[in-house]
Ligand binder design. Structure first.
Ligand code: COA
Length: 248
């Protein structure tokens, strides 16, 4: 099966999903979300684990080009789309290991938060820069991030929009493992998991992700707040300024 925004491969029991929009820093589009979900669904029965990421960059976040002239309702729906993928990761039967290279920002970081194990390169930069556009973080940046790194560190990231280096992210507990070659390390972990008893792996993941109902409700609330901010002139101006830099 071929896709426009991702590349896939199945090898030794692991399904690989490589983001394939490197010329756009793997920024996330609706098409990409749909394709990742489709690829995962095709791999769910035959692969014992999934490795997902980008070869140069994980992702610089949602593709801001999609926000042009977006109103409240469309923004809410866009956020729900990202939420669908985050929830899909969490509910997916097999463990999902993300490898984080380069920029891991905004929606990219948020999606990585819903993968099960995160392996990060030494020179990655991670952040929640949405505030610079006048919007709030989506797909769990306000909901899952505080669960992972604590309320205060989450607020530091969300309110300043600063990009933090991998070493700080590791200290925060924002990534699980630092590696010189995160893809190789992700493959090593996937191989280890593939050799464990299959049903025990499935049920262990299910047990850890049992907070699902609360997360779903909180993500929907976050999406509603995201939508509201699209009615702010300041937000529209900031989005348009970003887009204008490209001469559009
Ligand atoms: N959406 C759409 N385009 C994006 C983007 C995004 N989230 N992030 C980067 N790009 C584009 C840039 O506009 C630029 O396009 P161009 O080459 O056609 O001009 C290209 O990717 C490279 O970005 P550039 O800013 O030139 O590279 P850089 O290395 O100096 O900075 C970033 C990279 C990621 C730090 C910077 O582009 C940035 O801050 N992007 C916004 C990130 C963001 O806010 N993400 C959350 C979105 S909700």
């Amino acid at each position: 099966m071929s896709y426009a925004t991702i590349e896939t491969e199945e090898k030794d029991g692991t399904g690989f999903i490589y983001f394939n929009r490197e010329e756009h820093l793997n920024t996330v589009t609706v098409e990409m979300v749909d394709e990742i979900m489709k690829a995962l669904s095709n791999m769910e029965e035959n692969c014992r684990s999934i490795v997902i990421g980008g070869r140069k960059n994980f992702s610089a976040g949602a593709d801001i080009m999609q926000f042009k002239d977006m109103g409240t309702m469309k923004a809410y729906e866009f956020h729900r789309k990202l939420n669908d993928l985050a929830l899909y990761f969490r509910e997916f039967k097999r463990p999902i290991i993300s490898f984080l290279n380069g920029y891991v920002l905004g929606g990219g970081l948020e999606l990585s938060l819903s993968t099960d194990i995160r392996v990060c390169s030494r020179d990655a930069l991670l952040g929640q820069p949405e505030i610079n556009l006048g919007i709030n973080a989506g797909a769990g940046g306000n909901v899952i991030l505080p669960e992972v790194i604590g309320r205060n560190r989450a607020l530091y990231m969300v309110l300043t929009g600063e990009k933090i280096p991998a070493a700080t992210a590791y200290d925060f507990g924002l990534v699980d493992i630092i590696a010189t070659n995160p893809l190789d390390e992700a493959i090593r972990i996937a191989t280890t998991i593939n050799n464990k008893p299959e049903n025990t792996v499935i049920l262990a993941k299910r047990a850890v992700n049992s907070t699902e109902n609360k997360v779903k409700k909180d993500l929907d609330y976050e999406a509603a707040l995201f939508g509201i901010l699209f009615s702010e002139k300041d937000t529209q101006d900031r989005i348009n300024n970003f887009i204008k830099r490209k001469g559009i």
